[in-house]
Design a protein around this ligand. Structure first.
Ligand SMILES: Cc1ncc(COP(=O)(O)O)c(C=O)c1O
Length: 402
């Protein structure tokens, strides 16, 4: 997580503001997307593209708050989608830019419509390439196949490792050798791999070596290579030089156009989840602050990854300050954000501000227990706050029936 390398990074966008003052009138819980930080990330990604000739897409699975697409669009080549709806969103909300889609399994009923939105379509199996590829080609689409270089660079994290043994993600070389033939190969314009998660470019380099070992004979026949996401490009301290070396190597060695499709890096450290303490309870030595925000509902990756999100003003060193467990108001015993300590004891009404909350939150949250969805706000120049959504009871009810 970004805050492990630089504890200030998730809140750098608030420099010069007093958060208590800035968020005094904000109804909580609320997601606040920081336009200034998005712009900064966009600039860095565009500069990378300018220096290397690679094309950078926004992976919408991480961040799809389309009110910010006009702001991001000038810095990006387009969007990446995980299926029909995200492809449509990218086409509608980032007009004139490329739309790429990768899905582990396309369905008959959706493919025709997908052809209306997507420019690049990446298949996960040779079977699906054979089934849908000819229709894609006829419609003038650029087609790709996801490969699995069988190179794990993240240990102990199988849920986020597409190269874990037995993974369904991508075609391994032995399957390629068994199933690929001239007809299917002729449909292909590019190869795609996605193997990283919040990683630096040394792991990309390791992966690229594995890609070359396994698929180096195929790549010169391709027009493009998509290196997926998981590149933490905008994190302070990220090794850009190695990334740029990888991009240049691929372009020069195989003559391919290079695509990157980061999600996190586009909106890294560009959002906050503002919450307030609604109660403080005790159990033995534990003091537990119950918030109006829930880990399970509003920051699901805290439990799923799992990770400990940065909290503004929390003591950086263990053993300092007043320890508090931050927890959500739902029925789930494990709806716990984590154990923190604060310079003064937390009390009802206190603001608790989580950092790096633009990614995998607003697009992944849920209304378990009938929890209200936090509204999404824009933090603009000069600290201007603009409300973008009005979620309410109907949002909750509308997903459950007619
Ligand atoms: C195929 C693909 N592309 C891109 C991404 C974006 O990854 P990140 O948000 O870590 O950059 C993912 C994430 O799971 C993915 O599966």
């Amino acid at each position: 997580m970004a805050f492990l390398t630089d504890p200030a990074a998730p809140f750098a966008g608030l420099a010069g503001y007093d958060p208590e003052e800035l968020f005094a009138a904000l109804p909580t819980p609320a997601y606040v997307i920081d336009e200034g930080r998005l712009l900064e990330n966009g600039r860095r990604l565009a500069a990378l593209a300018g220096r290397t000739g690679c094309r950078v897409l926004l992976a919408q699975k991480a961040f799809s708050n389309y009110d910010f697409y006009p702001l991001l669009s000038p810095f990006l080549a387009g969007t990446e989608a995980s299926g029909l709806y995200e492809a449509r969103l990218g086409r509608e909300e980032m007009p004139g830019k490329e739309v790429h889609v990768f899905c582990a399994g396309y369905r008959d009923g959706e493919f025709e419509e997908l052809l209306r939105y997507a420019d690049h379509i990446v298949f996960n199996s040779i079977r699906q390439l054979r089934k849908f590829g000819p229709r894609g080609k006829q419609a003038g689409k650029s087609l790709g196949l996801r490969i699995n270089p069988q190179c794990s660079t993240q240990e102990g994290h199988a849920i986020y490792d597409p190269c874990a043994p037995g993974s369904r993600m991508g075609v391994t070389r032995d399957v390629w050798d068994r199933e690929m033939d001239g007809e299917a190969l002729a449909l292909l314009d590019g190869l795609h791999f996605h193997t990283l998660c919040e990683q630096d470019s040394d792991d990309l380099k390791t992966t690229l070596t594995a890609v070359e070992e396994k698929f180096g004979d195929i790549l010169p026949r391709m027009k493009w290579l998509n290196m997926g996401g998981g590149h933490h490009i905008t994190r302070p301290g990220y090794d850009l030089a190695t990334l740029e070396g990888c991009i240049r190597y691929a372009r020069q060695t195989w003559g391919v156009a290079v695509y990157l499709e980061p999600g996190e890096a586009v909106a890294l450290n560009a959002g906050y989840l503002a919450s307030r303490v609604v109660d403080v309870v005790e159990n033995g030595d534990a003091r537990i602050a119950i918030l109006d925000a829930s880990a399970a509902c509003h920051m699901p990756d805290v439990l799923e990854v799992p990770y400990r999100p940065p909290v503004l003003g929390a003591c950086p060193e263990p053993g300092e300050g007043h320890p508090f467990r931050l927890a959500g108001p739902t029925c789930l015993a494990g709806d716990i954000v984590g154990d923190y300590a604060f310079p003064r004891p937390l009390a009802e009404g206190d603001l608790v501000l989580f950092g790096d909350m633009a990614i995998y939150t607003t697009c992944k949250n849920n209304t378990f227990n009938g929890m209200p969805l936090p509204d999404i706000w824009r933090l603009g120049p000069g600290g201007a706050l603009e409300r973008l959504t009005r979620f309410g009871y109907q949002t909750f009810k509308g997903r459950l029936g007619r």
